[in-house]
Ligand binder design. Structure first.
Ligand SMILES: C[S@@+](CC[C@H](N)C(=O)[O-])C[C@H]1O[C@@H](n2cnc3c(N)ncnc32)[C@H](O)[C@@H]1O
Length: 359
């Protein structure tokens, strides 16, 4: 009895200790997320053609790092730096809430700002912790607010930001180059990112890079909306399947014939095709023939090589090779099929008709 009593006490103590530890961990993780404290542990600058070209134009004065954290970026660019952070983690980084009081008098700014989507704040109830980072979001994400401040206050800005930046409209007028990184740049998050390089003046054309290597985007390799007739996820399925996602180990986006063992995961309880399928989805088209699939797949591979997957959405988990897995969108599949089946002469010779195709 005595033995059981002592054990019971120990259990209660251990459990309440664990409870406190769990609560503390939760608070630490929420704070980390609220402050976007994911440090840059891979150097995105020194092997990048985008950085080299941009840095040639940049005046060699003190660089501002307004969200400096542990000062990782200081070691990637040999210059004089001034770093600030709401939670400094380096002896040369000064305490400051830079959203409230942005440092002025700097011409050049290089940083990886905090990322935090408005939707995440409400979904994860981080608003209860807002005193940790008292910032009112103007844009949909904290990194866009940071970009606004940096561009309003500095002439030259290099910012490591989420790869989804390319597909939205803001701040493109001063965007000199966009370097998409197909590898993990941070210590403890898989979030795909790129580096945006800004200049003080309006640019006519933004240069595009992947992992520091320049890629030339043309009307021939840039997906656009087309009216190629294809239905995705038709209710009664269809004989051709798009395998729309890479595996954990290799590129695997391709078209193939649907097999019986594909069906259970594609249909709902009534046996009809789920309209929400995105990783694997059947397509219905009178044009697409089984005999054409090898050539269509070769075209997909060639496009992926030529553009280094610039357009494909990166999936959070990287493959063993360090590259991100990719997923193809309905729009990209429709465009690839249009490219394959629409004879070049037809599209280019009749401007009215070609305008129709690209609507
Ligand atoms: C993504 S981390 C990047 C740190 C560093 N730039 C790097 O590349 O390793 C973002 C940093 O912003 C800081 N931060 C978040 N909110 C801030 C605020 N209101 N004022 C200043 N710094 C802030 C965080 O503490 C964190 O260190």
């Amino acid at each position: 009895m005595l033995f059981c009593g002592i054990m019971g006490k120990v259990d209660v103590l251990t459990i309440s200790g664990l409870h406190v530890m769990l609560k503390q961990n939760l608070l630490i993780n929420s704070t980390k997320q609220l402050l976007g404290q994911y440090y840059t542990t891979t150097d995105p600058f020194n092997n990048s053609g985008a950085f080299r070209s941009w840095y040639q134009m940049v005046p060699k004065t003190t660089i501002l790092e307004p969200f400096a954290g542990a000062g990782h970026l200081f070691s990637y660019v040999n210059a004089e730096w001034h770093g600030y952070d709401i939670e400094p983690n380096h002896p040369d980084v000064e305490y400051r809430n830079t959203f409230e009081q942005f440092p002025t008098g700097y011409r050049v700014c290089v940083t990886n700002p905090p990322y935090l989507a408005k939707t995440v704040v409400s979904r994860k109830r981080l608003d209860a912790l807002v005193w940790k980072n008292p910032v009112i979001l103007t844009h949909e994400d904290l990194y866009l607010d940071a970009l606004q401040l940096m561009l309003d206050n500095c002439e030259y800005v290099a910012a490591i930001i989420p790869s989804t930046f390319w597909n939205q409209r803001l701040f493109k007028d001063r965007l000199y180059a966009w370097d998409k990184f197909d590898m993990k740049l941070f210590s403890d998050t898989d979030a795909p990112a790129g580096v945006a390089y800004f200049v003080p003046h309006r640019v006519e054309h933004t240069r595009t890079f992947v992992n520091g290597e320049e890629i030339v985007l043309t009307s021939d390799n840039t997906p656009t909306k087309t009216d190629f007739h294809v239905r995705f996820n038709p209710r009664d399925l269809a004989p051709i399947l798009v395998n729309g996602i890479d595996t954990n180990t290799q590129n695997n986006i391709h078209l193939r014939m649907l097999q019986d063992n594909d069906v259970p995961s594609l249909v709902n309880s009534t046996g009809k095709c789920k309209p929400t399928n995105r990783n694997h989805f059947p397509i219905e088209s009178t044009m697409v023939k089984e005999a054409d699939l090898p050539a269509i797949n070769a075209m997909i591979d060639q496009w992926r090589d030529e553009t280094m997957d610039f357009f494909l959405t990166s999936f959070k988990s990287p493959m063993a090779s360090g590259k991100y897995r990719k997923r193809i969108s309905f729009m990209e599949v429709r465009w690839l099929l249009w490219k394959f089946y629409m004879p070049v002469e037809k599209v280019s010779q009749n401007p009215l008709e070609s305008a129709l195709y690209t609507l």
